[in-house]
Design a protein around this ligand. Structure first.
Ligand code: MGP
Length: 205
């Protein structure tokens, strides 16, 4: 039998695999991830902290991946919509939501953020778009342009469509990038133990 501690996606992603129970405490109960999900998922503790802050609201998780955030939102929020472009990841997200018994609270939408988001009526849009993979660290100051799709486009669109906007950003993000929006915001540091994992920006309504 294969050693379950060896990362199935290769040595490069081993450090993320070693943290799999921080990503999903119920990982061994049938959680499914792919390569991109493994290095992008919000650790469960951080996802729950954000869900608690947004308690009882209707949430759109606009870059849902394999459901890490959506599962946390489903436990504390009124209703969750989750958009994901990739068909396989939508299926993994449904499976993962079943592992946590919250699949009925999430509406899974396969498609493009810019096409699907305007059809959703939500109080809050939660944005956790791709950063281009683990190499993001080679960038001295991460800018909105480095998100894919482009972060300026993602945010401009979000402000047009939703009353409240929340975006998760890398540790090396240049906060001057947010000034152009002329909106107040709060930054929450996402810790895992002593380690700063990411930051999350809550724009005021
Ligand atoms: P990291 O900085 O790549 O890992 O990702 P780590 O273990 O902090 O690296 P170290 O070697 O400096 O210790 C930290 C967290 O950021 C991950 O667990 C993900 O939650 C998130 N993250 C990382 N990447 C590469 C991405 C990404 O491409 N997209 C998104 N949305 N999140 C990411």
């Amino acid at each position: 039998m294969d050693n379950p501690n060896i990362c199935p996606f290769g040595e490069k992603l081993q450090k993320y695999w070693n943290k799999r129970y921080e990503l999903f405490s119920r990982f061994d109960e049938g959680i499914q991830v792919d390569e991109q999900a493994l290095f992008s998922i919000t650790p469960e503790k951080n996802a729950i902290d954000h869900a608690k802050r947004l308690k009882n609201k209707i949430i759109l998780d606009a870059f849902g991946c394999v459901g890490g955030n959506a599962i946390a939102f489903a436990q504390f929020c009124k209703k969750v919509y989750m958009i994901e472009l990739d068909k396989n990841r939508i299926e993994m997200a449904k499976n993962n939501a079943q592992v946590y018994g919250v699949e009925d609270k999430i509406e899974f939408i396969q498609g493009d953020y810019f096409e699907e988001a305007p059809k959703v009526k939500a109080d809050v849009v939660y944005l956790d778009p791709p950063w281009g993979g683990p190499e993001y660290k080679n960038i001295k100051e991460f800018k909105l342009d480095h998100f894919s799709p482009n972060g300026h486009k993602i945010l401009d669109f979000a402000f047009k469509c939703f009353p409240q906007v929340v975006i998760r950003i890398p540790r090396n993000f240049d906060l001057n990038e947010l000034k152009k929006y002329d909106r107040e915001f709060e930054i929450v540091d996402d810790y895992m133990g002593e380690k700063l994992v990411t930051k999350t920006v809550y724009f005021q309504r």
